[in-house]
Design a protein around this ligand. Structure first.
Ligand code: C5P
Length: 318
């Protein structure tokens, strides 16, 4: 008997960090050519999708987030039905846990989970390559999340994904979001105004993934880099202080993720992460401070309301 696709799915769209981000050039479409190393984290939103005969609706736990077609979940659902020419709709309920507009890819990840979830709910009409291409129409970070890789290079706009082996044991991070709203296009515009900001191409592509794989955080810390940092710091000087606090509190390496403002400290292990996070939070009660680790494939979990879902669709928050 053919398995019946489920009518409801609950997914856990994960956050990401950029352990490395080089800007190699500017493109005619207004984007920049990147070379970035993404890491998938165990901090995640929750997205519940229920199939409906028609229409796309969204509710969200955060009242500051629009729920109309400015929201990437709504746009992803519309794009999915348009691309598949399937008749149908979806009711989406989003619980936000990833800091919004923070450089952690929350909106992009919600969009990716919408594509993956709808594909599962509709008996998998699209393969992963097609879903990644659709994701690329929604945002440069979306294909990474659709790939469900744990660690991957992002080339071109950050949307040409090449997975690399995940670390043998998770990397531990303390994430700090100072609550400053940062607009990604403004960070790139500021980047363009800074002199000689483009990153020279690196000859050796293998060192960083090797360090991620073997997982000595002290050595990896020396290789963290984000070419957007000077642009972010020029527009938001508070980031410098945030970085200094994380370093003074003992992080092995400190970096702004993506276009910021979320900044992370790479630490040796869980105990150090929790102690450091507690100290930072005590000193700065207004900041959002989170402990996050690599979402390794072994921790993959999907909440299955009914039978018939194939593949891994989300990672549970640990
Ligand atoms: O694709 P996404 O919506 O994430 O990008 C937001 C903005 O960030 C783009 O409109 C562009 O200004 C900038 N960007 C860029 N180059 C990239 C990614 C993003 O210039 N590779």
């Amino acid at each position: 008997m053919t398995p019946v696709p489920p009518s409801t799915l609950t997914l856990h769209p994960p956050a990401k960090l950029n352990l490395y981000l080089a800007v190699l050039g500017r493109r005619p479409d207004g984007y920049h050519t990147l070379k970035t190393l993404y890491e998938r984290l165990d901090v995640a939103d929750e997205l519940r999708l229920t199939r409906r005969p028609a229409g796309v609706t969204l509710t969200c736990s955060d009242p500051s987030i629009p729920t109309d077609d400015r929201n990437l979940v709504v746009r992803a659902a519309q794009l999915f039905f348009q691309a598949t020419a399937l008749r149908g709709g979806v009711e989406a309920a989003l619980t936000k846990r990833i800091p919004v507009a923070g450089g952690l890819g929350g909106g992009s990840s919600d969009a990716a989970s919408t594509l993956l979830g709808l594909n599962a709910l509709c008996d998998a009409p699209l393969d992963r390559a097609r879903l990644m291409a659709l994701g690329g129409q929604l945002g440069a970070d979306v294909p990474f999340f659709v790939s469900e890789a744990t660690v991957a290079w992002g080339h071109e706009r950050g949307d040409a994904i090449v997975p690399v082996p995940p670390p043998a044991t998770p990397l531990w991070h303390v994430l700090v979001n100072p609550g400053i709203p940062v607009l990604t296009p403004e960070v790139y515009a500021q980047f363009d105004r800074l002199p000689a900001a483009l990153t020279p191409p690196q000859a050796d592509d293998t060192l960083l993934p090797r360090l991620v794989r073997t997982g000595d955080p002290a050595v990896l810390a020396g290789c963290l880099a984000n070419a957007l940092e000077p642009a972010i710091e020029a527009s938001y000087p508070a980031i410098r202080r945030l970085k200094a606090v994380l370093s003074e509190e003992g992080a092995l390496g400190v970096l702004v993720s993506g276009s910021g403002p979320t900044t992370f400290g790479l630490v040796a292990d869980q105990a150090q992460a929790q102690a450091l996070a507690a100290r930072v939070q005590r000193g700065q009660p207004d900041w959002t401070v989170l402990v996050a680790r690599t979402a390794l494939p072994a921790s993959a979990q999907t909440s299955r309301r009914t039978a018939g879902v194939r593949g891994s669709l989300g990672r549970a928050v640990q």
